[in-house]
Design a protein around this ligand. Structure first.
Ligand SMILES: Cc1ncc(COP(=O)(O)O)c(C=O)c1O
Length: 405
């Protein structure tokens, strides 16, 4: 076994695919002290977190977490169905159901320890042998794994290809159908064509599962997410959102018609057979939802949009040659996820290293996380960044790009 694994590790190394972890010595923020390969801590300007609103280190959330721990202790002690379901979890579910009530009638919410578990739970609990799951090619790994584990038949459709999906679903023979898609695609930043997908779902009597990990808190009125962004409402909508990204804390939820939620409580194994997350976390998320929905959240969303626009304006100026001559592409994204697709893993790693030598932390994302030949810098912005940070990123990209050219 060890020999086999060592050989596989060596192969990954040779293909520039071996991953390394950094140790963050300080809180998640644009300026983070990080221990790099050589083990020496250094301050980097980070463009890699999913803390889109800059709430992960917000004093009110830190206070709420501490207050939650004072009130409920450090851990929940058991799973939700035994004794771990606290008042904090119940109140959070009420808050989320109220916040997402516009997505359909009789919406309820259920919280999970992580988004990964929420997706596994959803697809295994709903995807029985009488169901077909239709899943976008670029969906997140947790949706792919949930579909694999479900007893349902699974069909993967090309990214955002509604005509292909329509043809395929027309020939479906199972009584139940689930269309499953990221709302904001995590490695590309683009949006699913949700209004058309919902129309298609209605026409074919299918249900639409939307993973809003990267939209909740950032998109839509009061940060309600991608469904609100598109103004969608239907009983057929099931929304999964995460609470460790824009909401700045941890965990996830599913919002859906109360019958769907009741069924998840009865049957979803990743919900039932795991210790409930610490109640203090739920308590802190409630404080985060208040910030997200109020003026402060709105101001942060506006500032974030301005940073993204400034970045997109600047990239053709600083990387024009590489975009033209090497086919590098800034993805067609209007969200805080702004990938620069360079193609080869070696080039993504070289760019990331060149940026790091200038004090910037921008991760290279390589296969299998993205399709082969689609290696990229996944640049993400946070409302905690300033305009000067975007300028610094653009100048650093210009310098790193010159070396590559
Ligand atoms: C689209 C998408 N769905 C689900 C998840 C999983 O969420 P969590 O990190 O809470 O497990 C992620 C990222 O982590 C994601 O990007």
């Amino acid at each position: 076994m060890l020999k086999h694994l060592e050989q596989q590790l060596a192969e990954r190394e040779a293909q520039s695919l071996r991953r390394h972890r950094r140790i963050a010595e300080t809180a998640c923020a644009p300026r983070q002290t990080v221990s790099a390969h050589d083990g020496l801590p250094r301050e980097l300007l980070a463009f890699c977190s999913n803390d889109y609103l800059g709430l992960a280190n917000h004093p009110l959330l830190i206070e709420a977490l501490a207050e939650g721990a004072q009130r409920y202790g450090a851990g929940s002690g058991a799973s939700h169905l035994i004794s771990g379901h606290s008042r904090a979890h119940a109140l959070l579910e009420d808050d989320l159901a109220e916040m997402l009530s516009s997505q359909g009638p009789e919406v309820r919410a259920l919280t999970f320890c992580t988004g990964y578990m929420a997706n596994m739970a959803l697809l295994t609990a709903l995807g029985d042998a009488q169901t077909t799951i239709y899943t976008d090619l670029l969906n997140h790994a947790s949706l792919i794994d949930g579909a694999r584990l479900a007893k349902a038949a699974v069909y993967t459709y090309p990214h955002n290809d509604l005509a292909g999906l329509d043809r395929r679903i027309s020939a479906c023979s199972t009584p139940r159908k689930l269309i499953v898609t990221d709302g904001v695609f995590s490695m590309d930043g683009d949006l699913a064509r949700l209004p058309e997908l919902l129309t298609l779902a209605e026409r074919h009597d299918a249900w639409l599962v939307v993973d809003d990990a990267h939209g909740f808190g950032v998109l839509g009125e009061q940060g309600r997410g991608v469904l609100s962004h598109f103004g969608l409402r239907s009983e057929r909508l099931i929304c999964m959102g995460t609470l460790g990204k824009a909401a700045g804390v941890a965990g996830a939820f599913v919002a859906a018609h109360r019958t769907v939620i009741d069924w998840l409580v009865q049957s979803a194994r990743p919900y039932i057979y795991t210790t409930a997350s610490p109640p203090a976390v739920a308590h802190a998320v409630r404080a985060s939802l208040q910030l997200i929905r109020r003026d402060e959240g709105e101001q942060r969303r506006r500032h974030l949009a301005a940073l993204v626009a400034a970045f997109r304006r600047g990239v053709p100026e600083v990387l024009g040659d590489l975009l033209r001559d090497r086919g590098w592409q800034l993805a067609a994204s209007q969200t805080a996820i702004q990938p620069l697709i360079v193609g080869r893993s070696e080039d993504a790693l070289a760019m990331s290293a060149a940026l790091e030598s200038q004090g910037l932390w921008v991760p290279a994302i390589r296969p299998p996380t993205v399709p082969s030949g689609g290696a990229r810098l996944r640049i993400t912005f946070s409302a905690a960044h300033g305009v000067g940070d975007v300028e610094r990123l653009l100048s650093a990209l210009a310098l790193a790009g010159k070396d590559m050219a």
